[in-house]
Design a protein around this ligand. Structure first.
Ligand code: HEM
Length: 158
């Protein structure tokens, strides 16, 4: 627990800290059905991991059209930061294993999930940097890497 919050604090840029703090506050005090800060408009009852995934998914779709459009750089950077915050929300909500897992197997299941979500977040920071620098080639490569991370994550956890 201590380790996780230390990691979260170290890993977050200012904006994401704010978004994450607001999300945490929201989910800890809010009545059921109220709106989260990072939201994908629908499926709110499906849980924070689902919500987080929907935000990242919508971001992926939005950003694909901006990859080689320097005039949309600011919007693309903002979208990346929102997706990073969403990944860090998902990070805190590992899914329940399909099979009964105990002991080390359960430890590994949860740790691997969280590391994958951190990797997605880290890759999204790389994407943000490439977009901010107007490096469309790098942005496209990194975008494809995110697609692979999604597929591998879903193969393992869906
Ligand atoms: C770019 C990265 C990713 C995107 C865009 C993405 C997108 C999505 C979407 C759209 C869903 C909803 C699927 C549905 O309702 O049928 C989903 C669900 C899920 N994803 Fe991802 N995903 C990504 C990465 C990952 C990774 C890395 C993992 C595992 C470490 C993961 C694990 C899951 C799980 C467990 C669910 C089910 C959660 C639920 O609906 O309650 N995803 N994802």
């Amino acid at each position: 627990m201590i380790q996780r919050s230390k990691l979260t604090l170290l890993a977050l840029p200012g904006l994401a800290v704010l978004a994450l703090a607001a999300q945490l506050t929201d989910s800890s005090v809010a009545a059921p059905g109220s709106h989260a800060v990072v939201t994908a408009d629908d499926d709110e009852e499906a849980g924070p991991l689902h919500e987080s995934m929907e935000v990242i998914q919508k971001g992926m779709k939005g950003i694909r059209k901006m990859l080689s459009k320097p005039d949309q750089k600011d919007a693309a950077v903002k979208l990346c930061q929102e997706m990073q915050a969403a990944a860090l929300v998902g990070f805190q909500h590992p899914p329940k294993p399909e099979a009964v897992l105990e002991g080390d197997a359960l430890v590994d299941f949860n740790a691997d999930f969280r590391k994958r979500m951190l990797t997605v977040c880290s890759t999204l920071v790389d994407l943000e940097v490439a977009l901010a620098k107007g490096d469309a080639d790098a942005a496209k490569t990194i975008y494809r890497t995110l697609g692979k991370q999604k597929k591998e994550g879903h193969d393992a956890y869906l």
